[in-house]
Design a protein around this ligand. Structure first.
Ligand SMILES: NC(=O)c1ccc[n+]([C@@H]2O[C@H](COP(=O)([O-])OP(=O)(O)OC[C@H]3O[C@@H](n4cnc5c(N)ncnc54)[C@H](OP(=O)(O)O)[C@@H]3O)[C@@H](O)[C@H]2O)c1
Length: 330
């Protein structure tokens, strides 16, 4: 089969050995995959795959089942599916545990379905499970126009939770509000304040009439911590899912104590197969039917061919995208 190979950070579509499914696994003929920030970090050599995972990039895909391993009874050859992967999606064939599959929503193409697993799994896991969002609680989403952000906005809108986004640029802000965000803040809007130093906090407090926000989904980290803490309500939960703004920060332990907030670190890829199977099951029950009823939709910036992966990576790195960049496999 062909797969993306990395040589000195250059991506090429070249021949390699196809994986075979073991017991409890399936092989998928990949029709489309998507670019995630983790792929960029893996290419740069700073985010190796977890032990046992494929060395090939690609954390999600959509396609048809090509082969089923021993003991797999729920799926059969030819079923259209999408999957959450530990790696290996940038290839003609990928193998994953059967428990990490979701049916491709019938009204969506393979390209559209490939935009769903990673971002909806991340948003669902971290906002609804880790932070245990309650009815009517408010949410702050950083990088609101990102893949994860646009999934999270839609989930908050559907479940009736008011949400505030931070984004880079008015066009992204307008898009997020149209998608369902209640309000937002353009992190590029105030050039006199360092754009990453938490200048969003006063806008969030104003939005909440001084009360503070209940749940924050934060892929930025370091230089947003002080701002996050200042605009959190008592008993709030801050779920840290990325470090785009740095891995270190000073923390006011007094404020943490007084606000009785929980700081939760969360990664999806390194969870066990069993934990991922449980998450996928929960997604299938609570979220997947909402694609059939058009309550939720994939948000896609653009679709390219897998051979154009380099350009796709550069586009994602430019921070100019809204939603996902999809790669199709012929
Ligand atoms: N922990 C997990 O399990 C997990 C799983 C999936 C994703 N993630 C993380 O979630 C984040 C979003 O992923 P994605 O694939 O949805 O990303 P994406 O679509 O590529 O969007 C990322 C956006 O983040 C914003 N950004 C970039 N650098 C920033 C900075 N220094 N400060 C503030 N904002 C910045 C940019 O938007 P603006 O310019 O509009 O702000 C950029 O477009 C990434 O950090 C990713 O690693 C974590």
């Amino acid at each position: 089969m062909k797969a993306i190979q990395i040589d000195d950070q250059k991506l090429s579509w070249a021949d390699t050995e196809a994986p075979k499914p073991g017991p409890g696994e399936v092989a998928i003929r990949v029709r489309a995959t998507a670019i995630n920030r983790a792929d960029l970090a893996q290419r740069a050599g700073v985010y190796p795959p977890p032990p046992g995972a494929s060395e090939i990039l690609g954390l999600e895909c959509a396609g048809e089942i090509q082969q089923v391993g021993e003991g797999v009874t729920e799926w059969k050859i030819g079923d259209p599916v999408c999957a959450l992967l530990s790696g290996g999606g940038y290839a003609e064939t990928v193998v994953c545990p059967a428990g990490h599959l979701l049916p491709k929503p019938e009204n969506l193409s393979f390209e559209q379905a490939a935009a769903l697993p990673e971002v909806f799994a991340t948003a669902w896991l971290n906002i609804f499970q880790e932070a245990a969002l309650q009815p009517n609680e408010s949410v702050l989403l950083h990088a609101g126009a990102s893949g994860v952000g646009t999934a999270a906005i839609q989930l908050c809108r559907y479940f009736g939770n008011p949400c505030f986004v931070t984004v880079g640029g008015q066009q992204k802000l307008d898009y997020c509000v149209e998608l369902g965000a209640d309000a937002g803040f353009d992190r590029h809007s105030n050039s006199t304040v360092d754009q990453n130093q938490g200048s969003f906090a006063s806008a969030v407090k104003e939005w909440r009439n001084g009360k503070g926000v209940d749940v924050i989904l934060d892929p930025v980290g370091g230089n947003y911590l002080a701002g996050n803490m200042s605009c959190m309500a008592v008993n709030a939960r801050l779920v840290l899912i990325g470090l785009m703004g740095g891995a270190n920060a000073d923390i006011s332990l007094g404020l943490l104590m007084v606000k009785r907030f929980k700081l939760i670190g969360s990664t999806l890829r390194s969870r066990t197969d069993q934990q991922k199977t449980q998450l996928i099951q929960s997604l299938r029950e609570n979220v997947w039917p909402l694609f059939d009823s058009d309550e939720l939709k994939p948000i896609i910036e653009t679709t390219m061919q897998i051979t154009e992966a380099e350009q796709g990576f550069a586009l994602v790195e430019s921070n100019q995208t809204i939603g996902k960049v999809i790669l199709t496999i012929p």
